[in-house]
Design a protein around this ligand. Structure first.
Ligand code: GGG
Length: 347
Protein backbone atom coordinates (compact mmCIF):
# COMPACT_ATOMS: atom_id res chain seq x y z
CA UNK A 1 0.00 0.00 0.00
CA UNK A 2 1.46 3.37 -1.02
CA UNK A 3 1.52 6.29 1.42
CA UNK A 4 0.60 9.70 0.03
CA UNK A 5 1.50 12.85 1.98
CA UNK A 6 -1.32 15.34 1.40
CA UNK A 7 -0.22 18.95 1.77
CA UNK A 8 -3.17 21.19 0.85
CA UNK A 9 -1.44 24.38 2.08
CA UNK A 10 -2.95 27.85 1.79
CA UNK A 11 -5.64 29.76 -0.07
CA UNK A 12 -7.30 27.66 -2.77
CA UNK A 13 -4.91 24.75 -2.07
CA UNK A 14 -7.34 22.83 0.21
CA UNK A 15 -10.26 23.32 -2.22
CA UNK A 16 -8.44 21.92 -5.23
CA UNK A 17 -6.77 19.09 -3.30
CA UNK A 18 -10.20 17.99 -1.98
CA UNK A 19 -11.32 17.46 -5.59
CA UNK A 20 -8.11 15.63 -6.52
CA UNK A 21 -8.63 13.35 -3.52
CA UNK A 22 -12.24 12.62 -4.56
CA UNK A 23 -11.02 11.53 -7.98
CA UNK A 24 -8.28 9.32 -6.49
CA UNK A 25 -10.77 7.76 -4.07
CA UNK A 26 -13.14 6.94 -6.93
CA UNK A 27 -10.41 4.84 -8.57
CA UNK A 28 -10.28 2.54 -5.55
CA UNK A 29 -6.49 2.20 -5.57
CA UNK A 30 -4.45 0.82 -2.71
CA UNK A 31 -3.44 4.21 -1.24
CA UNK A 32 -3.30 5.65 2.28
CA UNK A 33 -3.02 9.32 3.11
CA UNK A 34 -1.50 11.43 5.87
CA UNK A 35 -2.53 15.09 5.72
CA UNK A 36 -0.10 17.63 7.15
CA UNK A 37 0.03 21.43 7.31
CA UNK A 38 2.43 23.43 5.15
CA UNK A 39 2.94 27.12 4.30
CA UNK A 40 1.06 29.93 6.03
CA UNK A 41 -1.35 27.56 7.76
CA UNK A 42 1.60 25.69 9.28
CA UNK A 43 3.22 28.94 10.36
CA UNK A 44 0.02 30.06 12.07
CA UNK A 45 -0.58 26.73 13.83
CA UNK A 46 2.94 25.40 14.48
CA UNK A 47 5.19 28.45 14.11
CA UNK A 48 7.03 27.37 10.95
CA UNK A 49 5.98 27.03 7.27
CA UNK A 50 7.70 23.65 7.03
CA UNK A 51 7.54 22.06 10.49
CA UNK A 52 9.69 19.04 11.27
CA UNK A 53 6.50 16.95 11.71
CA UNK A 54 5.46 17.76 8.13
CA UNK A 55 8.93 17.00 6.81
CA UNK A 56 8.86 13.63 8.63
CA UNK A 57 5.68 12.59 6.82
CA UNK A 58 7.06 13.91 3.53
CA UNK A 59 10.20 11.80 3.97
CA UNK A 60 8.22 8.64 4.79
CA UNK A 61 5.68 9.04 1.99
CA UNK A 62 5.97 7.37 -1.38
CA UNK A 63 4.68 10.54 -3.04
CA UNK A 64 3.43 14.01 -2.09
CA UNK A 65 0.32 15.75 -3.36
CA UNK A 66 0.67 19.47 -2.73
CA UNK A 67 -1.84 22.32 -3.16
CA UNK A 68 -0.35 25.79 -2.92
CA UNK A 69 1.43 28.08 -0.50
CA UNK A 70 1.21 31.84 -0.08
CA UNK A 71 -0.57 33.95 2.51
CA UNK A 72 -0.73 37.76 2.47
CA UNK A 73 -0.90 37.85 6.27
CA UNK A 74 2.67 36.54 6.24
CA UNK A 75 3.99 39.27 3.90
CA UNK A 76 5.94 41.06 6.59
CA UNK A 77 7.58 38.00 8.12
CA UNK A 78 11.32 37.49 7.72
CA UNK A 79 12.05 35.46 4.58
CA UNK A 80 12.78 32.15 6.35
CA UNK A 81 9.26 32.10 7.83
CA UNK A 82 7.37 33.01 4.68
CA UNK A 83 5.01 30.31 3.29
CA UNK A 84 6.92 30.05 0.00
CA UNK A 85 9.97 28.77 1.90
CA UNK A 86 8.01 25.56 2.58
CA UNK A 87 7.92 24.49 -1.06
CA UNK A 88 11.53 25.53 -1.62
CA UNK A 89 12.51 23.59 1.53
CA UNK A 90 10.63 20.46 0.46
CA UNK A 91 12.30 20.51 -2.95
CA UNK A 92 15.73 20.90 -1.36
CA UNK A 93 15.30 18.46 1.56
CA UNK A 94 13.85 15.74 -0.68
CA UNK A 95 16.30 16.30 -3.55
CA UNK A 96 13.47 17.11 -5.97
CA UNK A 97 15.57 18.78 -8.65
CA UNK A 98 13.53 18.35 -11.81
CA UNK A 99 10.14 19.87 -12.41
CA UNK A 100 8.12 18.62 -15.38
CA UNK A 101 5.42 21.03 -16.49
CA UNK A 102 3.41 19.72 -19.45
CA UNK A 103 1.35 22.27 -21.36
CA UNK A 104 -1.28 21.19 -23.87
CA UNK A 105 -4.52 22.75 -25.01
CA UNK A 106 -7.50 20.60 -24.08
CA UNK A 107 -10.00 20.34 -26.92
CA UNK A 108 -12.62 23.04 -26.52
CA UNK A 109 -10.41 25.50 -24.63
CA UNK A 110 -9.41 27.50 -27.70
CA UNK A 111 -11.62 30.38 -26.53
CA UNK A 112 -9.91 30.50 -23.15
CA UNK A 113 -6.40 30.70 -24.62
CA UNK A 114 -4.64 34.03 -24.90
CA UNK A 115 -3.70 33.00 -28.46
CA UNK A 116 -5.63 32.74 -31.72
CA UNK A 117 -7.36 29.30 -31.85
CA UNK A 118 -5.24 27.98 -34.73
CA UNK A 119 -2.04 28.94 -32.87
CA UNK A 120 -3.29 27.71 -29.48
CA UNK A 121 -4.10 24.26 -30.91
CA UNK A 122 -0.38 23.74 -31.63
CA UNK A 123 0.70 23.78 -27.98
CA UNK A 124 2.02 20.42 -26.90
CA UNK A 125 5.18 20.88 -24.90
CA UNK A 126 6.89 20.04 -21.62
CA UNK A 127 8.93 22.56 -19.67
CA UNK A 128 11.68 20.87 -17.65
CA UNK A 129 12.54 23.36 -14.92
CA UNK A 130 15.58 22.93 -12.66
CA UNK A 131 14.49 23.30 -9.02
CA UNK A 132 17.46 23.20 -6.66
CA UNK A 133 19.70 26.02 -7.88
CA UNK A 134 19.72 29.50 -9.44
CA UNK A 135 18.86 32.74 -7.63
CA UNK A 136 16.41 30.81 -5.47
CA UNK A 137 19.20 29.23 -3.44
CA UNK A 138 22.24 31.47 -4.00
CA UNK A 139 23.44 33.84 -1.31
CA UNK A 140 20.97 36.67 -0.81
CA UNK A 141 20.69 39.65 1.41
CA UNK A 142 20.51 43.40 1.92
CA UNK A 143 23.33 45.81 2.53
CA UNK A 144 23.94 49.53 2.59
CA UNK A 145 26.44 50.82 0.06
CA UNK A 146 29.12 53.36 1.03
CA UNK A 147 26.99 56.08 -0.62
CA UNK A 148 24.16 55.19 1.78
CA UNK A 149 21.92 53.51 -0.83
CA UNK A 150 20.22 50.28 0.27
CA UNK A 151 20.99 47.31 -1.95
CA UNK A 152 19.40 43.86 -2.29
CA UNK A 153 21.18 40.94 -3.93
CA UNK A 154 20.46 37.34 -4.94
CA UNK A 155 23.40 35.42 -6.31
CA UNK A 156 22.62 33.33 -9.40
CA UNK A 157 24.78 30.24 -9.58
CA UNK A 158 24.77 26.78 -11.13
CA UNK A 159 27.50 24.19 -10.98
CA UNK A 160 28.15 21.76 -13.80
CA UNK A 161 26.70 18.78 -11.90
CA UNK A 162 23.39 20.56 -11.41
CA UNK A 163 23.24 21.49 -15.09
CA UNK A 164 24.28 18.03 -16.25
CA UNK A 165 21.59 16.20 -14.26
CA UNK A 166 18.75 18.47 -15.40
CA UNK A 167 20.05 18.41 -18.98
CA UNK A 168 19.82 14.61 -18.85
CA UNK A 169 16.19 14.84 -17.71
CA UNK A 170 15.54 17.20 -20.61
CA UNK A 171 17.14 14.85 -23.16
CA UNK A 172 15.39 11.78 -21.71
CA UNK A 173 12.04 13.57 -21.81
CA UNK A 174 12.59 14.67 -25.41
CA UNK A 175 13.68 11.16 -26.39
CA UNK A 176 10.29 9.82 -25.24
CA UNK A 177 8.42 12.54 -27.17
CA UNK A 178 9.19 14.15 -30.54
CA UNK A 179 12.97 14.21 -30.03
CA UNK A 180 13.46 17.99 -29.88
CA UNK A 181 15.06 19.76 -26.95
CA UNK A 182 15.32 23.54 -26.67
CA UNK A 183 17.66 24.75 -23.94
CA UNK A 184 16.66 28.21 -22.73
CA UNK A 185 19.21 30.52 -21.14
CA UNK A 186 20.54 34.05 -21.25
CA UNK A 187 24.05 33.18 -22.44
CA UNK A 188 24.56 36.55 -24.12
CA UNK A 189 24.60 38.21 -20.67
CA UNK A 190 24.96 35.67 -17.83
CA UNK A 191 28.02 33.61 -16.90
CA UNK A 192 25.75 30.92 -15.38
CA UNK A 193 24.01 30.64 -18.73
CA UNK A 194 27.31 30.29 -20.59
CA UNK A 195 28.24 27.37 -18.34
CA UNK A 196 24.69 26.01 -18.75
CA UNK A 197 25.06 26.06 -22.54
CA UNK A 198 28.55 24.46 -22.48
CA UNK A 199 27.34 21.61 -20.27
CA UNK A 200 24.11 21.01 -22.22
CA UNK A 201 26.21 20.72 -25.41
CA UNK A 202 28.50 18.19 -23.67
CA UNK A 203 25.51 16.08 -22.54
CA UNK A 204 24.08 16.19 -26.08
CA UNK A 205 26.87 13.86 -27.21
CA UNK A 206 25.03 11.02 -25.38
CA UNK A 207 21.77 11.77 -27.18
CA UNK A 208 22.45 11.77 -30.94
CA UNK A 209 18.77 10.94 -31.52
CA UNK A 210 17.63 14.25 -29.94
CA UNK A 211 17.83 17.53 -31.87
CA UNK A 212 19.18 20.25 -29.59
CA UNK A 213 18.61 23.98 -30.04
CA UNK A 214 19.35 26.96 -27.81
CA UNK A 215 17.26 30.06 -27.23
CA UNK A 216 17.65 33.18 -25.11
CA UNK A 217 14.90 33.43 -22.55
CA UNK A 218 13.53 36.73 -23.88
CA UNK A 219 13.20 35.22 -27.34
CA UNK A 220 11.66 32.04 -25.86
CA UNK A 221 8.98 34.14 -24.13
CA UNK A 222 8.15 35.78 -27.45
CA UNK A 223 8.24 32.52 -29.44
CA UNK A 224 5.90 30.81 -26.95
CA UNK A 225 3.23 33.32 -27.89
CA UNK A 226 4.11 33.62 -31.59
CA UNK A 227 4.56 29.95 -32.46
CA UNK A 228 4.28 27.53 -29.51
CA UNK A 229 4.08 24.55 -31.88
CA UNK A 230 7.83 24.81 -32.51
CA UNK A 231 8.55 23.53 -28.95
CA UNK A 232 8.62 19.91 -27.87
CA UNK A 233 10.69 19.98 -24.65
CA UNK A 234 12.20 23.10 -23.08
CA UNK A 235 14.92 22.65 -20.45
CA UNK A 236 15.77 25.69 -18.38
CA UNK A 237 16.78 27.06 -15.00
CA UNK A 238 14.67 27.63 -11.93
CA UNK A 239 13.68 31.26 -12.45
CA UNK A 240 13.26 31.18 -16.23
CA UNK A 241 11.22 27.95 -15.92
CA UNK A 242 8.91 29.45 -13.34
CA UNK A 243 8.16 32.44 -15.54
CA UNK A 244 7.88 30.61 -18.88
CA UNK A 245 5.52 27.98 -17.49
CA UNK A 246 3.07 30.58 -16.19
CA UNK A 247 3.17 32.15 -19.64
CA UNK A 248 2.65 28.76 -21.32
CA UNK A 249 -0.36 28.13 -19.09
CA UNK A 250 -2.22 31.12 -20.46
CA UNK A 251 -1.47 29.92 -23.99
CA UNK A 252 -3.08 26.61 -22.93
CA UNK A 253 -6.21 28.30 -21.57
CA UNK A 254 -5.57 28.94 -17.88
CA UNK A 255 -3.06 28.55 -15.12
CA UNK A 256 -5.77 26.42 -13.53
CA UNK A 257 -5.11 23.67 -16.10
CA UNK A 258 -1.38 22.99 -15.68
CA UNK A 259 -0.09 20.24 -13.37
CA UNK A 260 3.51 19.56 -12.42
CA UNK A 261 5.76 16.80 -11.17
CA UNK A 262 8.86 17.57 -9.08
CA UNK A 263 11.11 14.52 -9.10
CA UNK A 264 14.28 13.21 -7.50
CA UNK A 265 16.48 10.70 -9.30
CA UNK A 266 14.83 7.65 -7.68
CA UNK A 267 11.13 8.01 -8.49
CA UNK A 268 9.95 9.99 -5.48
CA UNK A 269 7.95 13.03 -6.40
CA UNK A 270 5.95 16.00 -5.24
CA UNK A 271 2.96 16.78 -7.44
CA UNK A 272 1.32 20.20 -7.49
CA UNK A 273 -0.69 22.50 -9.71
CA UNK A 274 1.61 25.22 -11.05
CA UNK A 275 -0.76 27.89 -9.72
CA UNK A 276 -0.31 29.53 -6.35
CA UNK A 277 -2.71 30.05 -3.45
CA UNK A 278 -4.84 32.77 -5.17
CA UNK A 279 -5.93 34.40 -1.88
CA UNK A 280 -8.33 36.71 -3.76
CA UNK A 281 -10.64 33.78 -4.59
CA UNK A 282 -9.85 31.46 -1.67
CA UNK A 283 -12.85 29.89 0.06
CA UNK A 284 -15.31 31.02 -2.62
CA UNK A 285 -15.55 27.79 -4.62
CA UNK A 286 -14.22 29.56 -7.73
CA UNK A 287 -10.90 27.76 -8.16
CA UNK A 288 -10.32 25.38 -11.05
CA UNK A 289 -9.34 21.97 -9.61
CA UNK A 290 -8.20 20.51 -12.97
CA UNK A 291 -4.49 21.27 -12.42
CA UNK A 292 -4.62 19.51 -9.04
CA UNK A 293 -6.55 16.56 -10.49
CA UNK A 294 -4.07 16.30 -13.36
CA UNK A 295 -1.21 16.50 -10.83
CA UNK A 296 -2.69 13.44 -9.11
CA UNK A 297 -2.58 11.69 -12.49
CA UNK A 298 1.12 12.57 -12.86
CA UNK A 299 1.68 11.16 -9.35
CA UNK A 300 0.08 7.84 -10.30
CA UNK A 301 2.19 7.62 -13.45
CA UNK A 302 5.60 8.80 -12.21
CA UNK A 303 5.77 7.60 -8.59
CA UNK A 304 3.20 4.84 -8.15
CA UNK A 305 3.42 2.76 -11.33
CA UNK A 306 -0.29 3.27 -12.09
CA UNK A 307 -0.16 4.47 -15.69
CA UNK A 308 -3.60 3.11 -16.61
CA UNK A 309 -5.25 4.97 -13.72
CA UNK A 310 -3.37 8.14 -14.73
CA UNK A 311 -4.62 7.77 -18.31
CA UNK A 312 -8.18 7.40 -16.99
CA UNK A 313 -7.97 10.65 -15.01
CA UNK A 314 -6.50 12.59 -17.93
CA UNK A 315 -9.14 11.23 -20.29
CA UNK A 316 -11.90 12.19 -17.82
CA UNK A 317 -10.62 15.77 -17.53
CA UNK A 318 -10.39 16.02 -21.32
CA UNK A 319 -13.93 14.64 -21.69
CA UNK A 320 -15.39 16.95 -19.03
CA UNK A 321 -13.79 19.96 -20.71
CA UNK A 322 -14.92 18.81 -24.16
CA UNK A 323 -18.46 18.44 -22.79
CA UNK A 324 -18.38 22.08 -21.66
CA UNK A 325 -17.38 21.99 -17.99
CA UNK A 326 -15.93 25.42 -17.17
CA UNK A 327 -14.89 27.20 -13.99
CA UNK A 328 -14.61 31.01 -13.99
CA UNK A 329 -10.97 31.07 -15.20
CA UNK A 330 -12.18 29.23 -18.33
CA UNK A 331 -15.08 31.61 -18.88
CA UNK A 332 -17.71 29.50 -17.10
CA UNK A 333 -19.69 29.55 -13.87
CA UNK A 334 -19.03 26.13 -12.35
CA UNK A 335 -17.88 25.90 -8.77
CA UNK A 336 -14.77 23.98 -7.78
CA UNK A 337 -16.80 21.02 -6.56
CA UNK A 338 -19.07 21.06 -9.63
CA UNK A 339 -15.95 20.77 -11.80
CA UNK A 340 -14.88 17.85 -9.60
CA UNK A 341 -18.35 16.31 -10.14
CA UNK A 342 -18.01 16.77 -13.91
CA UNK A 343 -14.69 14.88 -13.95
CA UNK A 344 -16.02 12.15 -11.65
CA UNK A 345 -19.10 11.80 -13.84
CA UNK A 346 -16.99 10.68 -16.83
CA UNK A 347 -14.20 8.82 -15.02
N1 GGG B 1 1.42 25.19 -6.28
C1 GGG B 1 2.46 26.11 -6.54
C2 GGG B 1 2.71 27.09 -5.45
O1 GGG B 1 2.22 26.98 -4.36
N2 GGG B 1 3.52 28.09 -5.77
C3 GGG B 1 3.89 29.07 -4.81
C4 GGG B 1 5.34 29.40 -4.85
O2 GGG B 1 5.76 30.30 -4.18
N3 GGG B 1 6.15 28.69 -5.61
C5 GGG B 1 7.53 28.98 -5.74
C6 GGG B 1 8.05 28.48 -7.04
O3 GGG B 1 7.52 27.56 -7.60
O4 GGG B 1 9.02 29.04 -7.52
Amino acid sequence: MALIALLPGDGIGPEVITQARRVLDALDLDLTYEEVPVGGVAYHTLGHPLPESTLDVARRADALLFGAVGDPTCDNLERSLRPEQAILGLRKHLGLFSNLRPATLFEGLEDASALKPEVARQIDLVIVRELNGDVYFGEKGRRVRPDGAREGYDIMSYDEHEVRRIARVGFETARKRRGQLCSVDKANVLETSQLWRDVVIEVAADYPDVTLSHMYVDNAAMQLVRNPGQFDVIVTGNLFGDILSDQASMCAGSIGMLPSASLDDAGKGLYEPIHGSAPDIAGQGKANPCAAILSAALMLRHSLGQAAAADRIEAAVARAIRDGARTADLGGTMTTSAMGDAVLGVL
